[in-house]
Design a protein around this ligand. Structure first.
Ligand SMILES: Nc1ncnc2c1ncn2[C@@H]1O[C@H](COP(=O)(O)OP(=O)(O)O)[C@@H](O)[C@H]1O
Ligand SMILES: [Mg+2]
Length: 407
């Protein structure tokens, strides 16, 4: 998969920018703050409709403007589509495909596949569980765009159920409340089990690839492990370790493969329903939903030792990078056809890596049909990738440079 022409209108710092991207490596060079990550972010957005830096669309639109447009020619083998997404904060986003009539933005999901790695990804390891859950959900939605709807449904039902639990706390518990809760229990476990099943499938697919990528990147003999920690498996839960943001010190004695991974979607729904019902008391006390994929986490470890809190800076980088490279390979497995490999985007990564990791990453990245790399100076970028270097000089000047020109 690759992009050729990319055009930005009022996206971040760009009033208007046009870039010609080549197959193979494309390196965006330029001083900090000049707008390199903005370009990487735009490409990611066209693929996933979300930014790796912000959770709201507002900051993506150039200051003072109302709408941003990202447009690109996407190629998959010999097929080509002109994709255009309009970002309208506060109103619904729209898309156009091949200059057709405007459609829902979500209609572009699944057309362009990308994997983006950026320094922000260190937070996957360091921060609370939200980003880890999102990693798996985003990957699942990229592979199966219909899950995007399920995810929204789940969030909607969860909100309503939590609101009900809060009003129960104020008003006291009545049989009407129980009847309404029972309805929400069903809806929540229907959507929740689909989401959970998808996450577990991603996890099963990702696990061996993360281990391999970690080994290749770091040359370490320690095994990178990924374990799902589900609120369905817990004995519920006065103060479960699944508190948002609390962080889970891994339980390395658990087997990597969760028992849940072998259950069908239907069985997961049944289990979730049962858990919801048996945790009524605790949920009423806490006035919140304590069971479901929104309470789960994923534990990363190296052999028996959790990465979070224990790993060195370099190990943490390698692990985060291995997660993204693993995701890349899951996508390749999902659609092995020639020309279907995702576009790989590496934002400001090489400067952070030691020489060995840098070389290894360059070798792994060479697998991609198209690679977008950003860096402040070309010294940071492995020589082999410098063929197509684009110098980002200012927001309205992006020029092609020869491989070894100094900034
Ligand atoms: N919505 C926006 N409107 C105008 N400028 C923006 C907007 N969002 C970010 N910027 C500007 O973009 C620049 C950062 O660009 P970025 O791509 O992150 O730089 P880098 O080249 O270091 O990766 C900053 O100068 C920032 O002020
Ligand atoms: Mg940057």
């Amino acid at each position: 998969m690759r992009l050729s022409q990319l055009t930005l209108t009022d996206f971040r710092s760009y009033a208007h920018a046009q870039l010609q991207l080549q197959p193979g490596p494309n390196v965006l060079l330029g001083f900090n703050g000049v707008g390199k990550t903005n370009i990487a972010e735009a490409i990611g957005y066209l693929s996933t409709l979300s930014s790796h830096r912000v959770s709201q669309d507002g900051p993506l639109v150039r200051h003072g403007e109302k709408q941003a447009i990202i447009r690109a020619d996407a190629h998959r083998g010999s097929r080509q589509a002109l994709l255009e997404v309009e970002i309208n904060p506060g109103r619904s986003n729209r898309a156009r495909i091949n200059r057709g009539n405007p459609v829902r933005a979500t209609d572009v999901l699944g057309i362009l596949r990308t994997v983006l790695f950026a320094p922000e990804d260190l937070e996957l390891i360091k921060s609370g569980p939200t980003l880890r859950r999102r990693l798996f959900d985003d990957l699942a939605v990229q592979l199966r765009p219909a899950l995007g709807r399920v995810r929204l449904d789940y969030e909607k039902v969860l909100k309503q159920r939590n609101a009900l639990l809060k009003s129960i706390r104020h008003e006291g518990f009545t049989s009407t409340h129980e009847a309404t809760l029972a309805v929400w229990d069903h809806q929540l476990s229907e959507a929740g089990s689909q989401l959970l099943k998808a996450r577990l499938e991603m996890l099963t697919a990702l696990r061996p690839h993360v281990a391999t990528a970690y080994e290749q990147l770091s040359g370490s003999v320690r095994t990178a492990r990924v374990q799902y920690m589900s609120s369905l498996e817990e004995d519920l839960p006065q103060d479960s370790p699944f508190e948002a943001g609390a962080g889970v010190p891994g339980d390395a004695s658990r087997p990597d493969v969760s028992a849940l991974e072998s259950l069908t979607r239907h069985e997961l729904a049944g289990l979730m329903l049962q858990r919801l019902q048996s945790s009524r008391r605790a949920e009423r006390d806490r006035a919140m939903t304590l069971v479901g994929p929104h309470r789960d986490d994923v534990n990363f470890s190296l052999d028996q030792v959790p990465v979070k809190g224990f790993a060195s800076h370099g190990e943490t980088w390698s692990f985060a990078l291995a997660l993204r490279l693993g995701a890349y390979r899951v996508m390749v497995d999902d659609d092995p056809e020639e020309g279907a490999r995702p576009v790989l985007i590496l934002d400001d990564v090489f400067a952070e890596l030691d020489a060995r990791r840098r070389r290894r990453l360059a070798e792994l990245a060479a697998e991609a049909e198209q690679l977008i790399v950003t860096a402040a100076v070309d010294d940071d970028v492995p020589e082999a990738l410098l063929g197509n270097a684009l110098r980002v000089e200012s927001v309205d000047q992006i020029s092609q440079v020869s491989a070894h020109e100094q900034p």
